[in-house]
Design a protein around this ligand. Structure first.
Ligand SMILES: NC(=O)c1ccc[n+]([C@@H]2O[C@H](COP(=O)([O-])OP(=O)(O)OC[C@H]3O[C@@H](n4cnc5c(N)ncnc54)[C@H](OP(=O)(O)O)[C@@H]3O)[C@@H](O)[C@H]2O)c1
Length: 353
C-alpha cells in the first residue's frame, strides 16, 4: 500500500508543506506527495517546477490540463483522481469548507482530510501539543488546523495555566497585531495601522473564539477575549497578552514553564524584524516551527495574579507543524509513533531565538 499525502493549494502555507513532505516524507513514512494547483500561471512555473524536481507530483483540474501542459508544467494527475488515491488530503486554500461540501465528503478513499485556519467548522479544531488527546481515531476524519495566532494563544494558555488536574486561568485577553500581508503576497498592503471590529460579542474576534473551541475539545470553558489590529508591515504577527490567574504566580514561574515546553521559544529580543530574520536565516522556507516566541523582557506580573507580556507568531510555522502531525496521525493514530515520525522536523523547533 502506497501512503500518499495530497496537498490542495500552493500558496503561503501550501508551498512549504509540499516542500516538507517532498524533502522528509520518506523519513516520516510517506511514500508520495501529490499537490493540486488551481490556476495555470506562467509566473508560478519556477517554484512549481522546483517542487516537482524534488519529487512532488502535480495534479490539476481536467479542464485546465492542456493550459498547464502548454505552459511547460509536468502534470501527473487530474484533481479528482489525486484525491481518490490519497491517504490524507491537506487543504491549504481559503475554500476548505466549500471543497469539503463539493468533493471531500463524497470521496471515501482517503483516511482523512485537514483544512486550515479560516475554515471554521471543517472538523475538530487542532493545535499540536495543545489538544492531541482530543483526536479520536476512526472518528475525526475531518480536522481543522487552527490559525497561526490561535496556535500561539492556545499554546500560551496550555503552557502557563495548565496545573495538571485543572487550569488556573480565570480570564485571557489578547491583542493580535497582524502583518498586513505575507512576504509572498503583493496585494493587500496597507499604508497605516487598521483597527479590527469586535464582531463577536463574546470573544471579540475569531482568535479568542477559535482558542475557546480548541479548549472545548478538552472540556474546558475559558473566558477569552481578543482584539485585532493590522499593521503596515510584512513581518510576523505579534500578540500582547494578559492572563488572569486564580492563584498567585510570578515571572520566574512563567519563564520556567515557557523554557520547559519544547514547542515554545523564548527570546531576549523585542524587535519583530530580528525575530523574523532569525526564521529566515535558521528556518525551513524561512520559518521556524515553534508555536510561539515569547519576549522575556516584556513579561510582568501585576498584583500577584495577572501575567502580561508580548510574543511573536512565527509566520505559519506552527500551522505547518500541526498539519504534518495531524496528517501522520490520520495515517497511523499511534501517538508515540507520530512523535517519532516527526523527528526530522525537530531541528526547526527552537527553544531560544
Ligand atoms: N498565510 C498564513 O500565514 C497562514 C497561517 C496559518 C493558516 N493559514 C490558512 O491557510 C489557508 C490558506 O492561506 P494562504 O495564506 O496559504 O493562502 P494563499 O497564499 O492566498 O494561497 C491560496 C492557495 O489556494 C488556492 N486556491 C484558492 N481557492 C481555491 C479553490 N477554490 N480550489 C483550489 N485551490 C484554491 C490558490 O491557488 P491558485 O493560486 O493556483 O489559484 C493558492 O494556491 C487559509 O485557511 C488560511 O487561514 C494561513
Amino acid at each position: 500500500m502506497t501512503t500518499t499525502v495530497h496537498i490542495v493549494g500552493t500558496g503561503t502555507i501550501g508551498e512549504p508543506l509540499i516542500g516538507l513532505f517532498a524533502d522528509f516524507g520518506n523519513k516520516m513514512g510517506v511514500d508520495e506527495v501529490t499537490f493540486h494547483k488551481r490556476t495555470p500561471l506562467e509566473a508560478d512555473r519556477p517554484r512549481i517546477q522546483h517542487l516537482i524536481k524534488r519529487g512532488a507530483k502535480l495534479a490539476v483540474d481536467s479542464e485546465n490540463r492542456s493550459d498547464f501542459s502548454s505552459l511547460g508544467y509536468e502534470v501527473s494527475y487530474e484533481a479528482s483522481d489525486a484525491i481518490e488515491r490519497a491517504t490524507v488530503v491537506i487543504d491549504c486554500t481559503p475554500a476548505g469548507n466549500e471543497n469539503k461540501e463539493r468533493y471531500y465528503q463524497n470521496i471515501s478513499g482517503p483516511k482523512g482530510y485537514l483544512a486550515q485556519g479560516s475554515e471554521f467548522g471543517f472538523g475538530k479544531p487542532y493545535a499540536r501539543g495543545v489538544n492531541d488527546e482530543a483526536l479520536v481515531p476512526g472518528e475525526n476524519r475531518f480536522v481543522q488546523i487552527v490559525s497561526c495566532n490561535t496556535h500561539n494563544i492556545t499554546t500560551l494558555i496550555k503552557t502557563l495555566c495548565d496545573d495538571g488536574d485543572s487550569y488556573c486561568l480565570e480570564q485571557g485577553n489578547f491583542v493580535c497585531m497582524r502583518r498586513a500581508n505575507d512576504v509572498t503576497q503583493s496585494g493587500g498592503f496597507i499604508p497605516a495601522p487598521s483597527l479590527g471590529a469586535h464582531s463577536d460579542s463574546v470573544f471579540g474576534t475569531h482568535h479568542a473564539r477559535d482558542a475557546h473551541y480548541v479548549f472545548e475539545t478538552l472540556n474546558q470553558d475559558f473566558d477569552l477575549f481578543s482584539s485585532a489590529v493590522k499593521l503596515n508591515t510584512q513581518y510576523m504577527h505579534s500578540i500582547w497578552f494578559r492572563l488572569a490567574y486564580g492563584r498567585d504566580t510570578s515571572v520566574e514561574e512563567a519563564v520556567q514553564r515557557l523554557r520547559a515546553n519544547p514547542r515554545v521559544a523564548v527570546t531576549e529580543k523585542q524587535q519583530t524584524n530580528v525575530v523574523f530574520s532569525f526564521g529566515r536565516d535558521h528556518g525551513y522556507y524561512g520559518r521556524i516551527l515553534s508555536q510561539t516566541v515569547v519576549s522575556l523582557p516584556t513579561l510582568a506580573v501585576r498584583r500577584g495574579r495577572e501575567l502580561y507580556g508580548f510574543c511573536f507568531t512565527p509566520q505559519d510555522g506552527n500551522s505547518l507543524l500541526s498539519s504534518v502531525a495531524a496528517a501522520l496521525w490520520l495515517i497511523d493514530p499511534d501517538r508515540a509513533s507520530v512523535s517519532t515520525r516527526l523527528e526530522p522536523l525537530r531541528q526547526w523547533l527552537y527553544q531560544e531565538v
